[in-house]
Structures are given as C-alpha cells and as structure tokens.
Design a protein around this ligand. Structure first.
Ligand code: PGA
Length: 251
C-alpha cells in the first residue's frame, strides 16, 4: 500500500507573511486527512517561518531545490543540511523549470538527490518530456534517460526517501492536463523501468506523483489510476481551498 503524496510547489510566489497566512488557512482544512503525505514548498526565504507555522500539523515542508555540497565557497547555494535546519523534511529536485531555465541536467539532479537523501531529506525527483518530444514520439526514451540519469546509483535503502514526479512539461501551468490514460501509461512505464533497474520491491513501493495542471476537478480521475500515487501541484496549491480540495480528493 503506497501512501499518496500531495505536494504543493509554490514556485516564485508569496512573501513570508503570505506564505504563513496560506498554511494557517490550509492547516484546519486538511487537519482530518489521514493516510496522505501533505507537503508544501515555499520559497527559501519563507521556509523557517512556515516551519514554525505548521508545527503540530500534518503538513510537511519542502524546499524547491538544493545544492549537493554541505558547505564551502559556493555563492548563492543552499545545502541539504541547511534545509533540514530550516525545518524541511522534503526537497523537490530537477523540476522542469530548473532543467529549462537553470541548466539542470540529469547529472546535477542525481548529485542533488543523493546529497538530499544522505542528509535524511525525502527527495521528490522530477522528470518529464516536452511537447516537441512527445509529438516526435520520444516520450518513453526521454523518460528512460532522465530516470536512469537522475536516479543513478541510488541504493534500495535510498528509495525509502525517494519520490518520483512525472510532469509532462507541456502540461505545466498550461491548463492542459495529461489524460488519466496518458499519465497512467507513463507512470506504468516508469515503474517497470525502476523494477528493471532497482528491483521489483523498490518499484512496488516507490511513489510516483503526477504533475501538470492538477486541479480539484481532475485529481480524482488521476488518483484512480493504479500507478499514480499523488500529485505535485503548482497553480492550484497557491490557494488554501483548492489545495485542500486536492488533498481531500478521497473524501
Ligand atoms: P501546475 O504546476 O500545477 O501549475 O501545472 C505543476 C508543477 O510545476 O509542479
């Protein structure tokens, strides 16, 4: 039985005060949700205050990125242990916007994932094809390359703190969701690939989230698919009522 993860990626939105206000509004709306891992990912500067604000609630905290070194002359970077220090239990790694705008590659994603996991953070590792890749019939080969590269060298034990997010780039922020069947097809492909690379028990246990225009009105169909174990939500996570409606998709 895989516990679903519903994670809100707030991207570059909200001040500290707005972030704290959002979790204050959210917490009572999701307080009775059991059997679901609820995660929010504010901007770095809001992490510590949001961490204080969610204390005692069932909401967990993620950063949107991290570096792979612990410390040193790396101007502008944030180490996994500092994210833990700020109250994070999770970190999103390799989001397509990082890959697209900040030159992240499978190699850097892999380094970051390993560093995060060895620090005890749960890494949400993102993969996904672009529209051009999908239209050229390259979806499965792109995903295969990304999964192999991003998760290279992880041990069976590492997988207890690894979550995969499949986010087709063409569905992010576009209002265009992959159909339930399109998403399920890729999720199943990822699970089979993980079985081949890391063994069946790892594949059976790993949570694979879908991301890309998840909304209260499409979450149920997506979550009804056998290989979809949660959602990484952008736009709809910025309001307490819509994110809460996604978290409570089953009630
Ligand atoms: P979206 O973003 O829900 O706004 O499409 C998803 C994501 O980028 O994680």
């Amino acid at each position: 039985m895989r516990v679903p993860v519903i994670a809100g990626n707030w991207k570059l939105f909200k001040t500290i005060a707005e972030s704290v206000a959002l979790v204050h509004e959210l917490a009572p709306l999701v307080a009775s949700s059991h059997g679901v891992e609820i995660v929010v990912a504010p901007v770095f500067t809001a992490l510590s205050k949001v961490s204080d604000a969610i204390e005692g609630s069932n909401i967990r905290l993620a950063a949107q990125d991290c570096f792979w070194e612990e410390e040193g002359a790396f101007t502008g970077e944030v180490a996994p242990k500092l994210l833990k220090d700020a109250g994070c239990s999770h970190v999103i790694i390799g989001h397509s916007e990082r890959r697209q705008f900040f030159a992240e590659t499978d190699i850097t994603v892999n380094r970051k994932a390993k560093a995060a996991i060895s620090t005890g953070l749960r890494a949400i590792v993102c993969v996904g094809e672009s529209l051009a890749e999908r239209e050229s019939g390259l979806t499965f080969s792109v995903i295969e390359t990304q999964i192999q590269g991003s998760l290279a060298g992880l041990t069976v034990e590492d997988f207890t703190n690894t979550v995969v997010a499949y986010e087709p780039v063409w569905a992010i922020g576009t209002g265009k969701t992959a159909s339930d069947a399109q998403a399920q097809e890729v999720h199943l492909f990822i699970r089979k690939l993980i079985a081949k690379l890391f063994g069946q028990s790892v594949a059976d246990a790993v949570r694979i989230l879908y991301g890309g225009s998840v909304k209260p009105d499409n979450v149920k169909g997506l979550m009804g698919q056998p290989d979809i174990d949660g959602a990484l939500v952008g736009g709809a996570s910025l309001k307490a009522d819509s994110f809460a409606a996604i978290v409570t998709f089953n009630s």
